[in-house]
Each structure stands twice: as C-alpha cells, then as structure tokens.
Write a protein that binds this ligand. Structure first.
Ligand SMILES: Nc1ncnc2c1ncn2[C@@H]1O[C@H](COP(=O)(O)OP(=O)(O)O)[C@@H](O)[C@H]1O
Ligand SMILES: [Mg+2]
Length: 312
C-alpha cells in the first residue's frame, strides 16, 4: 500500500484539560486517509468526528499520540501548520459561516491571495473554484455576500476552501441542511473532485451519503474506533451499528428486514439497485425451491429446478 496522506496513531484529545470542565473527546484513535479511497467517519453526536477532522488539517495539535500529514509530523515544532492547512482543506459543518468578505470574489480569493499568485492566476483560480460549486463566475463574482441565500453562501464557503486546490479535502457533515436536489448535486461534485485526484474524507450522520461516497468507513464511539472496514462490510453489521445508535442506509435496512423475516437474501448491498437485484434473485430462488408448482416455475423461465421424478 502507498503511504497514507494522513495518519493518526494513538491520538488522544481532551478539551479544557486540567479544568473541572475537562472533556475527553479522543481516546487513542488509529486512522488513515489515502488518495484512492474516500473515507467516512460516522458515529453518534459527540463521538469525536469533528475533533478528529480538526487534527487532520492541523487546527488542533496532538496532545498525545501522533498525527502525520503528507509526511509531516504535527507534533514537530518545525512543522509549518499554515502549510498543512493549505494542503488539507477543511470544510466546516456550516461552510456559510466561513464566508466573511464583503464580495463573493474576494471571499473565494481570500486563501489563494496569500499564496502569491499573480492577478490573472488568482482570477482563474477563483473562476475554477466557483465553477466547481456551480456558481456562475460572471453572475456572482461581484455580488455582495450579505445578499446571498443560505445555499449560495454555503457554496461560496466551499469554493473558498477549494480555491486553495487542497490535496486533501475534509468535509464535516457536508449535506446537513441541504434539500435533496442540492444534496445530489454536491455528492456528484465531490465524487468528481475525487476522480480528478483530490483525496476525500467526510464526517457524516447521513448513512445514505456515506453509502454513496465512501469506500471505507470508521465508526467512532465515545472517542474510539469501534468498527472499521470497507463500507459494504461495515454496513452489513446492522445490529452492531444499531447498538451504537446509528442508522443504516435504506437499502441495507430493507434487505436486512427481509432476511429477518426468513427470506434467503444476499445482504451485503449498498444501493437501491443492488437491493432490487438481491430481492429479485431471492424471490426467484424461493420460487425455484417452492418448485413443484409448474405455474410458478413458468414465471421464472428456465430456473433449472424442474422436478425429475414427477409421477404423472
Ligand atoms: N470546543 C469544545 N470544548 C469542549 N468540549 C468540546 C468542544 N468541542 C467538542 N467537545 C466535546 O468533545 C466531544 C467530541 O465532540 P465532537 O468532536 O464535536 O464530536 P462529533 O463531531 O462526533 O459530534 C463531545 O463530548 C463534545 O461535547
Ligand atoms: Mg461534529
């Protein structure tokens, strides 16, 4: 395997350490993010997802354990955290709150302007980032940010992070509060960015988002990794996830309930299409075994289960 882009080992974090309000949020976490696989962190509220993401772009330094980002050890005082934050973009749960300039163009340009780009380069960069989030450059670049809708502000916040062209993009609850259409659009854009070479990790409550985007999932429970594996395998552990207070994607739920009612069905599905195929397959098997009824056999065509020893 290639070297992970981000790796945490034995990471611990306590907020307000040494005060009566001390709150342990990470209790020895081992995770890694690589270029090839989209990673999702799931877990109940307070399980430590946001704290973990904030370590991954150097907003927080490890109190104990190690975090290495693109080969740099975050505990090393020589590591330039500003450089880390350029290379690893973090989109907060409410990207609209990351918008603070008066004009859209200035807001998106805020980060790259500090990278010493020429004016034409900067303009191109802003245009590219706005395009990515579906904001027409000419239409929006001179708009006052105070006049934008919530959804537009959100896109501007995301564009501002993308304009840095980060090598890794971390998103905290990226679709929270989006309508279904905006959600679909964002998920497609994120997939596109990943295909173009950006490493991607998300923290999410939305299991359908995780099923749609992630190749690999970490389940956090009270600051520990409770489960980790390929998305399909993690979501196949329905009882375990429920015990952790988590939902599963709807297609998993459907096949799991059918299996619980006695249908012999393949259960490692993720998408609705896969659930549909699994259900059809299970039904055709059921008919084949029920097999003595020729009218039923006729429904499934050449199912190969024609009884040999028919006495008539
Ligand atoms: N700024 C903070 N100050 C004190 N406690 C915090 C702070 N941020 C998070 N916590 C606590 O740390 C734990 C983990 O929180 P968080 O990382 O936000 O979890 P998640 O993103 O999974 O909801 C929770 O118990 C939360 O209350
Ligand atoms: Mg959070």
């Amino acid at each position: 395997m290639t070297m992970p882009m981000i790796e945490a080992r034995g990471l611990r974090h306590t907020y307000l350490a040494g005060t009566p309000l001390a709150q342990v949020s990470l209790r020895g976490v081992d995770v890694h993010v690589n270029r090839e696989q989209v990673v999702a962190f799931i877990g109940a509220t307070g399980s430590g997802k946001s704290t973990l993401l904030q370590h991954m772009n150097g907003l927080l330094r490890p109190q104990a354990g190690r975090v290495s980002v693109l080969g740099h050890d975050l505990s090393d005082p020589a590591t330039d955290l500003r450089q880390i934050r350029r290379a690893v973009g973090l989109v907060f749960q409410r990207p609209e709150d990351q918008v603070f300039e008066q004009y859209v163009g200035d807001d998106v340009a805020y980060g790259p302007r500090r990278m010493g780009l020429s004016r034409p380069e900067l303009r191109e960069r802003v245009r590219w980032a706005m395009d990515l989030v579906g904001l027409d450059f000419e239409h929006y670049v001179d708009r006052l940010t105070s006049t934008l809708s919530g959804g537009e502000r959100r896109r501007v916040g995301l564009a501002g992070v993308l304009a840095m062209r980060p090598r890794v993009l971390l998103l905290d609850e990226p679709t929270a509060g989006l309508d279904p259409c905006a959600r679909e659009e964002l998920l497609a854009r994120l997939s596109g960015l990943h295909e173009q070479g950006m490493a991607l990790a998300i923290a999410s409550h939305n299991m359908d988002d995780v099923a749609a985007l992630a190749d690999r999932v970490y389940v956090l429970e009270e600051g520990r990794v409770a489960l980790h594996g390929p998305t399909r395998e993690v979501f196949a552990q329905v009882d375990r996830l429920r015990a952790l207070g988590l939902d599963v994607p709807a297609p998993v739920e459907i096949t799991f309930s059918l299996a619980a009612r006695g249908l012999d069905i393949q259960q490692s599905v993720l998408t609705l299409d896969e659930a549909e195929s699994a259900i059809l397959q299970a039904l055709s098997e059921t008919r084949r075994w029920a097999g003595k009824d020729p009218s039923q056999l006729a429904c499934v065509g050449n199912a190969g289960g024609t009884p040999q020893e028919d006495p008539s």
